[in-house]
Design a protein around this ligand. Structure first.
Ligand SMILES: *[C@@H]1O[C@H](CO)[C@@H](O)[C@H](O)[C@H]1NC(C)=O
Ligand SMILES: *[C@@H]1O[C@H](CO)[C@@H](O)[C@H](O)[C@H]1NC(C)=O
Ligand SMILES: *[C@@H]1O[C@H](CO)[C@@H](O)[C@H](O)[C@H]1NC(C)=O
Ligand SMILES: *[C@@H]1O[C@H](CO)[C@@H](O)[C@H](O)[C@H]1NC(C)=O
Ligand SMILES: *[C@@H]1O[C@H](CO)[C@@H](O)[C@H](O)[C@H]1NC(C)=O
Length: 666
């Protein structure tokens, strides 16, 4: 936040102009009154700004002043400075409190913004003419919300709203491009305000033709968000089918659930399925096709024909069926077909379908739904925990507004991502803290690491001024890959001609495993030794200014799994897909089995796994990947090496070894 008085002055000028036109004397007296009523008036500060718009966006016109915006003010949360310590306390294998996850109520009360923050921001809104009845505090007390007109928002935030349009997709978005302001005495109670400078919307391509079919082959920014193997779908042929009759001998060409079981020694029958849960997140209009699930199951998991995921729709989320095609169904079909087949018939999968098919949604919509659950939590941990451990922080206990996700799943996999540079540091920090809260509650949060090697989605690289272009030269890390409180999953492959028992290498077919070093997040303790050792033993020979070479930033991915040649059913045909999009749900299925085994013997879920998987005891529980690279930004990218590397992380899971170790933890 930089102080920027000129904006404040400018604003007063504009107001003055308008009022002078109507009644010059009224203005003079008003200004005097306002100044007399200090401390309500304080200098304005520029609260957030961005140097560049995310790639592809341009302003097309001023936003109509009467348009209504769902203004949300994210309040500063207490105790966030301790969140890493608190999370390690329940997640580090050597901590005496390992596995003693928090109840949602304890999480909510620990980080609930103070009553003082709530009151101060509310008073400011009232004093600016937003009626009391229009101002609401959300369920966990973290956001103040009000529907305001563009005119009101411009006045509150001393900015101008424009309509922006995305060149490749035609998607429109209202934002105040460069920055916004808050009075100084409000700024210190606020993390961020939306919608302002954040372009966190999911890009949608315009459906092609009247049947709304999408044969999407056009490369572009939108295409690569959450798309498995963008634009490289190989439709099935009759010859193709004959070739995978002997599955295991052809895993180098066709990955099926049996190939993955063979690769990771993943044979497991659930014992505690009704206590366990595995959630897969999809963003509308991405949707699975029920008939495709059955087609896939008919070939690869017969007993599951007819089985469906349990749908939890968030913010209007439903399984839309009006738009079909690979671009609309590929991702969801991939995640669910492999996720469901790998956990097997006994273990139900929860599908978190986020957003309606008009507006779509962002990660924050999903996180809000989990947050709202803080008040309705019933299963898992002991609800009396609050009584046993009274809230030591004395947070504000406002009325609670209960949401529909009663208890988040134990493992949640998401195969969508942004480039870190698309988002502002304040925005990513707030979202990253939400992942830490999920970790405190014992949830494992997995994200695919991206499909463009050291480049970002859409093969974009950074320029020194922070903009992203195809000809940029600086490595472009993904988000939330760089958030230290999620587990980032990269991609591997079997080399052409390799036997399923041969070692895998980094994925170099069609996609390259996303990996590198964050420019926003410092390195977490759990990762220091692994990253130091990589930088010492295999120092990348690149100029220090094309990647974050400080050794002080969060590095990713953490682990990896096969991401090449997945056989999936899409719109009645089998296709081959590629991507870290495939790797993440596979790792999720394996960790769900580990949770099952622990739950079956009365232990807690594994929760936030990073401190554990980087610990000495787990060092040889992965298949280390030591060959292959992740090119991007006109370089060869990084090398997969012995030990952790920014291509495949610690390696792929060796299920029996991981299970044996996790069973022994308290
Ligand atoms: C804003 O308007 C929407 C749509 O009418 C409504 O659902 C929502 O509850 C309103 N929000 C607030 C904070 O009043
Ligand atoms: C699916 O099963 C059918 C019937 O057994 C078979 O003809 C076809 O080749 C299989 N397809 C694939 C991709 O394995
Ligand atoms: C893979 O190699 C092993 C050991 O050499 C061999 O026993 C097995 O038959 C091979 N598997 C396939 C599917 O070719
Ligand atoms: C590198 O990462 C660190 C820690 O995340 C950050 O403070 C620094 O600004 C980054 N450097 C660049 C050039 O972005
Ligand atoms: C990768 O390994 C090759 C061969 O050893 C080496 O020439 C190259 O510099 C390494 N690249 C990086 C980024 O470490």
């Amino acid at each position: 936040m930089t102080t920027d008085l000129s904006w404040c002055d400018l604003f007063i000028f504009r107001e003055a102009d308008r009022m002078l036109l109507t009644h010059p004397l009224a203005l003079l007296s008003l200004l005097l009154v306002v100044h007399a009523s200090s401390p309500l008036v304080s200098p304005s500060v520029r609260h957030e700004f961005r140097r560049n718009l995310p790639s592809g966006w341009t302003p097309v016109r001023r936003a109509p002043s009467t348009s209504v915006l769902p203004l949300r003010i994210g309040l500063v949360q207490p105790n966030l400075d301790q969140i890493e310590t608190l999370l390690l306390d329940v997640s580090h294998p050597e901590s005496p409190n390992y596995g003693q996850h928090w109840s949602p109520e304890k999480v909510a009360s620990t980080f609930r913004p103070s009553k003082h923050s709530v009151d101060t921001v509310r008073q400011w809104l009232y004093s600016e003419g937003i009626a009391v009845s229009r101002v609401k505090l959300n369920g966990n007390g973290g956001w103040i919300e009000a529907n305001v007109t563009v005119h009101e928002a411009e006045s509150l935030l001393m900015t101008e709203y424009h309509v922006y349009e995305h060149a490749d997709t035609g998607t429109r978005h209202i934002a105040c491009g460069q920055g916004y302001h808050l009075p100084e005495h409000i700024s210190k109670h606020v993390d961020l305000v939306t919608p302002t400078i954040h372009f966190d919307i999911k890009l949608k391509r315009e459906p092609i033709g009247s049947e709304k079919r999408d044969h999407g082959a056009k490369p572009g920014v939108g295409k690569s968000i959450g798309q498995p193997g963008s634009g490289v779908v190989i439709p099935k042929t009759t010859g193709f089918i004959k070739h995978i009759l002997d599955e295991l001998s052809q895993c180098d060409q066709f990955i099926t659930p049996n190939c993955l079981r063979a690769l990771y020694n993943f044979i497991y029958v659930p014992l505690a399925a009704n206590k366990n849960s595995y959630g897969i997140v999809e963003y509308t209009p991405q949707a699975y096709v029920p008939e495709d699930l059955d087609l896939f199951f008919t070939n690869f998991s017969k007993s599951q024909v007819g089985q469906r995921p349990d749908l939890v729709g968030i913010d209007g989320g439903f399984v839309q069926s009006s738009q079909i095609g690979f671009g609309f169904n590929g991702e969801s079909n991939l995640d669910l077909q492999f996720g469901m087949a790998l956990v097997g018939k006994k273990q139900k999968i929860t599908l978190y379908q986020v957003g309606d098919d008009v507006e779509g949604a962002s990660f924050n919509n999903f996180l809000d739904a989990l947050d709202a659950s803080f008040c309705t939590f019933e299963g898992g941990n002991d609800i009396s925990q609050d009584g046993i451990y009274p809230d030591p922080f004395g947070g504000y206990q406002g009325p609670e507004d209960c949401g529909k996700v009663k208890k988040p799943a134990n493992v949640i996999s998401t195969s969508y991502g942004y480039n870190e540079a698309d988002l502002t540091p304040a925005y990513t920090a707030r979202q990253c803290a939400e992942y830490a809260k999920l970790g405190l509650m014992g949830v494992t949060v997995l994200y695919s690491s991206g499909d463009f090697g050291v480049a970002g989605n859409g093969n974009l690289c950074l320029n020194p001024d922070g903009s992203q272009t195809g000809d940029g030269k600086l490595f472009n890390p993904s988000f939330p890959g760089g958030c230290p409180f999620i587990t980032s999953v990269g991609a591997t492959q079997l080399n052409p001609g390799a036997n399923v028992t041969d070692p895998e290498v980094a994925c170099e077919q069609v996609i390259f495993s996303g990996g590198g070093f964050s420019n926003y997040f410092p390195i977490p303790d759990y990762q220091k030794e692994a990253v130091d050792s990589y930088l010492t033993n295999s120092p990348p020979p690149y100029p220090k200014d094309i990647w974050n070479s400080t050794g002080a930033s969060r590095a990713f991915p953490d682990i990896s799994a096969n991401g090449a040649n997945y056989v999936i059913a899409v719109n009645g045909e089998f296709s081959l897909v590629f991507g870290t999009s495939a790797s993440s749900p596979v790792v999720g299925a394996i960790l769900t089995a580990v949770n099952d085994a622990r739950l079956a013997i009365g232990k807690t879920p594994i929760g936030f796994i990073n401190p554990t998987i980087y610990s000495a005891g787990f060092r040889d529980a992965f298949n280390d990947i030591t060959s292959g690279t992740n090119p991007g930004c006109r370089t060869f990218g990084f090398n997969a090496t012995e030990g952790w590397d920014p291509v495949t992380g610690l390696g792929t899971p060796n299920f029996p070894k991981l299970l044996a170790r996790w069973i022994l933890l308290p």
